[in-house]
Ligand binder design. Structure first.
Ligand code: ATP
Length: 432
């Protein structure tokens, strides 16, 4: 396995299944990999999209107070100067004088090098800015310098005024965005938990400055609802109230939502009250007013912001670790992904009992086409015997396997087998 830092058996089993079955591969694997990058295979991309679509449906489509945006990843460098990222988006880094490994100083015990084990070899911490630099245009000098965005949030703030001018929504209202973010993490680790390229789903919810607390509470509850909607057991999710010393200076309140991953309890997502910090910065640097004018009054102010910020890969890793299950069927060990039906990348697998009987294959194709029209995510599977097909479908979390046999030809009934109970039932094709 390429990621040296995966410590734990369950985590290893998940990483290995994810690779074997086409969910997640090491990035640039064929060339020996690129640290901190992962690629999504055919099933992984569907699972990831199902999680992202669930979020979009719940927080944009089903609400009247939310608007979606999709900003460019490359932004004017003034964005990152104004937001404070150029000056302060950094982690403390130490280097070992013996083995030259580098570490994030606040994540390790700095008396001894975690890689070579030598004592007293780690340097004094120095700040390392995590933004990836790039150049926009054919000349790579200071004037063309830009950055790959380290968060999606600034693409929302820079569009606040645009959306205000196009829609003039009543307060409170929010903007939501999903997309890639890039951070040159000092030590990427733990599979897709900490990577250098990942995806975020962020919301900036604009509120009256005196009414931030009620919106904060609303989002706090909605975060719990979302965790439930992607099938995370409530006892595995924990709120960590971030203390005054650890909170950003502009935030009056931040809650980190942590999850019991196989690697331990770690941050899944964050909920922060950011005051008017970001819009004030934009107003100061751009010289353009970020005021919200309350309809029918002379009241004007820069709105305050509640920011729920979700990481897609961390959500996916949480979903996979809840779903990963081992049990015994007829004395044999079985591995399956108990994915919630709405997230499973394949909803039905359709098989002819025997693949060398043309009449069974033709009937199975008919059922396959019918189900695919209705449900989309349906897989044709005629490899190996039925037992092997069930095992394979269990491992990718397919809730139902449908088998077409000789009875189907006579009675239009199929055998449907349930992933979780392994029970098989005879049902009419019409009722599928
Ligand atoms: P951490 O303390 O773990 O570095 P953070 O507090 O810097 O995270 P935020 O800046 O609040 O993270 O980003 C919001 C969300 O984006 C996080 O809760 C997480 O889900 C996700 N995220 C942040 N950094 C990474 C990363 N390197 N890899 C994967 N997801 C990430």
């Amino acid at each position: 396995m390429n990621d040296k830092n995966i410590k734990n058996e369950k985590m290893e089993a998940i990483v290995s299944l994810a690779k074997r079955r086409g969910f997640i591969y090491q990035g640039s694997d064929v060339y020996g990999g690129l640290s901190g990058t992962w690629d999504f295979g055919p099933l992984g991309v569907t699972l990831k999209r199902n999680i992202m679509n669930q979020w979009w449906k719940m927080f944009v489509e089903e609400r009247d107070d939310m608007y979606g945006v999709d900003a460019a990843i490359l932004m004017n460098k003034k964005v990152w100067q104004a937001s404070g990222h150029v000056d302060t988006f950094s982690d403390p880094m130490v280097e070992c004088s013996n083995c030259k490994s580098r570490f994030q100083a606040d994540k390790i015990n700095i008396s001894k090098c975690p890689s070579c084990g030598k004592e007293g070899t780690l340097s004094e911490p120095r700040q390392f800015n995590m933004m990836f630099k790039t150049h926009v245009g054919p000349v790579d000098d200071e004037s063309s310098l830009s950055y790959l965005r380290p968060e999606t949030a600034q693409g929302i703030f820079t569009n606040y005024k645009n959306v205000l001018d196009s829609f003039y929504p009543d307060l409170p209202f929010g903007l939501a965005q999903q997309g890639k973010a890039f951070r040159n993490e000092i030590s990427p680790r733990d599979f897709i938990f900490r990577t250098r390229e990942f995806e975020q789903m962020e919301i900036e919810y604009f509120v009256h400055p005196e009414k931030w607390e009620e919106s904060f509470e609303m989002w706090r509850k909605l975060v719990w609802d979302w965790c439930a909607a992607i099938g995370l057991p409530i006892e595995s999710v924990h709120e960590l109230e971030v203390s005054d010393e650890d909170r950003a200076h502009y935030s009056k309140r931040t809650i980190d939502f942590e999850f019991d991953f196989p690697i331990g309890r770690e941050e899944l997502l964050g909920l922060a009250y950011r005051g008017s910090f970001d819009l004030d910065n934009i107003q100061r640097v751009s010289g353009k007013s970020m005021d919200y004018n309350v309809k029918g009054t002379n009241e004007k102010f820069v709105p305050h912001v509640i920011e729920p910020s979700f990481g897609v890969e961390r959500a996916l890793m949480a979903v996979l670790s809840v779903a990963y299950t081992e049990d015994e069927v007829n004395g044999d060990k079985r591995v399956y992904l108990k994915l919630p039906e709405h997230l499973a990348p394949v909803k039905y697998a359709v098989s002819p009992l025997l693949k060398n009987k043309p009449e069974l294959v033709a009937k199975a194709r008919e059922v396959y086409d019918l189900l695919r029209k209705k449900h989309g995510a349906v897989m044709w599977d005629d490899n190996g015997n039925i037992g092997k097909r069930y095992r394979r479908q269990d491992e990718i979390g397919t809730p139902y396997c449908v088998v077409i046999d000789f009875d189907t030809l006579e009675n239009d009934t199929v055998t449907i087998r349930d992933r979780d109970t392994t029970e098989q039932k005879l049902v009419a094709i019409d009722s599928l």
